[in-house]
Design a protein around this ligand. Structure first.
Ligand code: NAG
Ligand code: NAG
Ligand code: NAG
Length: 394
């Protein structure tokens, strides 16, 4: 288990990421790029995959709006051999994280390696703005005047990043793709499916710590941040620490819920690579969802601006009940998760009432919280075995 000490640092870094974004107050700025100097500078393959004896390929994909994203591929398991053309799986991380999400534990505990060892062709996505996906065809992350590079929220991940990444994997493998998302990686997939996008190239989706409705987010940190997004950092810190339920010395638990099963070594690895940058606009968009309890596009804040962007005075909603009833879906959620809280997941499942029973697997773990789904020492038995059993059925 993680020592209390490492958990404090873990949380503090996560929260500083959040708070720093709040502090800039700019609508478009990057949220934080917390980085220790000892992180390898030569890519995820070298630092987190090849060291364990796996083959790894670095790929690049360019989105329609010019972002250049990195993808890592682990084509075969530890025993090697030639790529067998196994079923492709795309792993999509959440907000303030990157593809290393899936590579934090030892090989027999980390989903990316476990899938490769079970014959899957594993592809790891990294969304725009994260360390290895900061390229752009015509914009620079350094353009401090307009910060055009950072002018996006998760709507753009739905419209550009996810389709470009999946299309690339489909082109490379000529097979339909299994999808695994964690946290924001679940929302962008659900939003795409609700618009009937990507259904021709996705064969099934496993959604871990799903977020769609954020109405009941019980994380006092996220709640407080959502309420006072424009506040200056000092004011916000004071406010956060005065909220009932927040012990400022135990912020990780306050932010993600109480993770049951983390190894302190994993937390150290996490701290070496995460958190990652995202745009302030993306964090504001998430805060709007916590505040309003809706799943809608980014709200520009007044009718005229929304009219200009959307041709209507309010942001268009994503309708989760439009997700096709025959799309194979696996949900994994935890009773201790303060961000993907059971009430909100159940609200989402309520939208899927007409889903075909044999196409929907729902797995609830009472003791799991947000980070457990990707970092727990026993996620392999608790989550990944059932997840692979689900893939096999498709
Ligand atoms: C942006 O600035 C950083 C640090 O000042 C520099 O290392 C990097 O090369 C710059 N990137 C571009 C695209 O100019
Ligand atoms: C997972 O590990 C935790 C902590 O060691 C333990 O309490 C829990 O019972 C384990 N769950 C399963 C299903 O093995
Ligand atoms: C925690 O991680 C370390 C380093 O990878 C490993 O040696 C140890 O066995 C792990 N503990 C558990 C309970 O998995």
């Amino acid at each position: 288990m993680a020592s209390k000490g490492s958990q404090h640092v873990f949380v503090t870094v996560i929260c500083l990421g959040l708070l720093f974004g709040v502090a800039i107050g700019a609508r478009k700025g990057p949220v934080h790029r917390g980085r220790r100097s000892n992180v390898d500078s030569d890519g995820t393959c070298k630092s987190r995959v090849e060291i364990f004896g796996y083959q790894c390929e670095e790929h690049k994909v360019t989105t329609q709006d010019g972002y250049i994203l990195s993808l890592q591929r682990i084509p075969v398991g530890r025993s090697g051999g030639s790529p067998s053309g196994g079923p492709p799986v795309l792993l999509q991380h959440g907000v303030l994280m990157d593809g290393i999400t899936w590579l934090l534990n030892a090989p027999d505990e980390s989903l990316a390696f476990i899938l490769a060892d079970n014959g899957y062709d594993v592809w790891i996505a990294n969304t725009r703005g994260t360390k290895w996906s900061r390229g752009h065809v015509w914009l620079s992350t350094n353009d401090s005047v307009f910060q055009a590079y950072w002018d996006w929220s998760w709507d753009e991940l739905v419209a550009y990043d996810l389709p470009a990444t999946l299309a690339y994997v489909h082109d490379q493998t000529a097979q339909k793709i299994h999808y695994v998302g964690h946290s924001l990686g679940t929302l962008i997939a659900l939003a795409s499916f609700s618009k009937l996008q990507l259904l021709d190239i996705v064969s099934s989706a496993a959604l871990l710590s799903p977020i769609a409705y954020l109405e009941d987010v019980s994380s006092p940190i996220a709640q407080a941040a959502a309420k006072s997004f424009a506040a200056e950092v000092n004011k916000l810190l004071k406010e956060l620490c005065s909220q009932p339920g927040i012990d400022c010395y135990d912020l990780m638990t306050a932010f993600t819920g109480e993770n049951c099963c983390l190894n302190s070594s994993t937390v150290d690895v996490f701290l070496q690579y995460e958190p990652q940058s995202t745009s302030t606009k993306n964090m504001i968009h998430l805060a709007q969802m916590i505040r309003d309890g809706t799943i809608a596009m980014y709200d520009y804040g007044d009718n005229d601006d929304n009219q200009k962007h959307y041709g209507q005075p309010t942001p268009p909603a994503y309708d989760m009940s439009s997700i096709p009833d025959d799309l194979p879906l696996f949900f994994g959620y935890g009773g201790s998760d303060a961000l993907s809280v059971p009430e909100d997941v159940e609200l989402l499942l309520g939208n899927l009432k007409s889903h075909q029973a044999d196409k929907l697997v729902v797995q609830y773990r009472d003791d799991y919280a947000h980070a457990d789904f990707v970092m727990a020492v026993n996620a392999s038995e608790v989550v990944y075995d059932p997840l692979m059993a689900f893939f096999k059925l498709q």
